[in-house]
Ligand binder design. Structure first.
Ligand code: NIG
Ligand code: FE
Length: 414
């Protein structure tokens, strides 16, 4: 019997960008990035068994009768991309908001005329689980084609116990059958729902009614909140998040998008990540650094709202671990193209190729508190993407227009 019948050798690749052994936070120069020339890897049971020179691995594979998946053109292999912040479970479109925004209407005016987050809440509440599953699945198909192999998805357009559960159930259903792995997050604290006049009472209900069911049904291990004057205040958020943390949830926050209370709260509760951070300055950066919070920047929201990017360069120089995610949502960030957005913020913020690539792989994994992915090394998940080029620098150089042509999720080509 062949002991290694489930072993597969994949290669050769002109270059393998492993993204392994990089500093967890702070600046990275390109020379620190490991580039394996003429490499290959052996995968089994969804994980990487060995990574190294293809010619050496080929000898072993032939002797031990591994399966061989031969790559016949010049290609660069890297870890599958990780999108650590999205809102892709929703119904409807907010194209009307967009039209009003570019015609000069403010966020508040748009909300008053029936647009904004609560418009997506109305449409998502009207949708059935089947419709939500269908919408989400289509967005996952696109993301997978663009090289994303792990994607965080938030609830937050339900804002009642039942409607939030409906969203999380839809995410769970898609996750069961889709090759793109979804990491669900409960964002019931996205906005105060219209049925409540008191935010505290609403958050209390989330804590006592919704979150225990989320745990019991295994629907999410992460809790998020939108900290902003128009959503939840610093004090409300702090109390809510401490209670959610006590229940065992990992904490992430929408912080410092317009004003700067969010990163203070993130640091105080020991959040895994603080996301947005367009308004963050020196003080916020050092608070996050001190508390070891990952800074996830969202260029898609800056592009969608016509705002400046989060200060990613200053964050890295200040010692932060910076991840880049799309924030793909129907309002502020409808584009959802991670590679394109990473290339754009990288060009504006002067991020090295290594910093940008780390921000959508290994550092994005850290933002989701995942240790089993984000780099190509022995024991890691065989989530990988290959680009039709022989120079890794071309991936960002083409600003998202060069797409991967092969995607593997846990060792299987999808
Ligand atoms: O991350 N800032 C709050 N929430 C989302 C926007 C969601 C929406 O507009 O529907 C964000 O940008
Ligand atoms: Fe968001």
């Amino acid at each position: 019997m062949n002991l290694h019948e489930n072993y597969t050798l994949i290669g050769p690749f002109t270059q393998i960008l492993t993204m392994a052994n990089l500093p967890e936070a702070g600046p990275i120069v390109d020379e620190e990035m490991e580039v394996l020339e003429d490499g290959g890897l052996v995968v089994a049971d969804g994980k990487i068994k060995v990574i190294g020179k293809y010619s050496i691995l080929l000898k072993v594979a032939q002797e031990e009768r591994y399966k061989i998946e031969k790559i016949t053109e010049p290609m660069v292999l890297m870890p599958g991309l990780i999108d650590a912040h999205t809102h892709i479970c929703f119904a409807g479109s907010r194209a009307n908001d967009y039209a009003m925004r570019v015609a000069g209407k403010s966020y508040l005016e748009i909300a008053r005329s029936g647009g904004g987050i609560l418009d997506s809440v109305r449409k998502t509440r009207e949708a059935t689980v089947v419709e939500l599953v269908d919408n989400l699945k289509k967005r996952c198909d696109r993301h997978l084609c663009e090289g994303i192999t792990t994607c965080e998805v938030k609830s937050g357009y339900g804002l009642t116990t039942d409607e939030e559960l409906k969203m999380l159930e839809a995410i769970k259903l898609v996750n069961k059958h889709h090759a793109l792995e979804l990491i669900p997050t409960c964002l019931a604290a996205h906005m105060r729902p219209p049925e409540f006049s008191d935010s505290k009472l609403y958050l209390q209900e989330v804590l006592t009614e919704l979150l225990p069911q989320v745990i019991e049904l295994g629907l999410a291990k992460r809790v998020d909140i939108f900290i902003e004057d128009t959503a939840f205040t610093e004090a409300e958020s702090l109390e809510y998040l401490l209670a959610a943390k006590e229940m065992g949830f990992d904490i992430t926050v929408h912080a410092d998008q317009f004003s700067t209370d969010g990163s203070k709260v993130a640091a105080e509760v020991g959040a895994i990540s603080a996301d947005h951070l367009e308004a963050s300055g020196e003080e916020e950066i050092s608070l996050l650094k001190e508390a070891g919070v990952v800074a996830t920047v969202l260029p898609g929201a800056s592009l969608g709202l016509g705002m400046h990017y989060a200060p990613a360069r200053n964050m890295l120089d200040g010692g932060l671990c910076v991840a880049i995610a799309t924030d793909w949502n129907p309002g502020s960030a409808p584009m959802g193209d991670l590679l394109l957005q990473a290339a754009l913020i990288g060009a504006s913020e002067k991020l090295t190729i290594a910093e940008t690539m780390a921000a959508i792989t290994t550092r994005a994994a850290k933002a989701l508190n995942l240790r089993d992915r984000g780099c190509l090394a022995k024991g890691q998940l065989a989530d990988m993407i290959a680009f039709p080029t022989s120079n890794y620098k071309e991936i960002l150089y083409f600003q998202g227009k060069l797409k991967p042509t092969i995607v593997w999720k846990q060792g299987k080509e999808v």
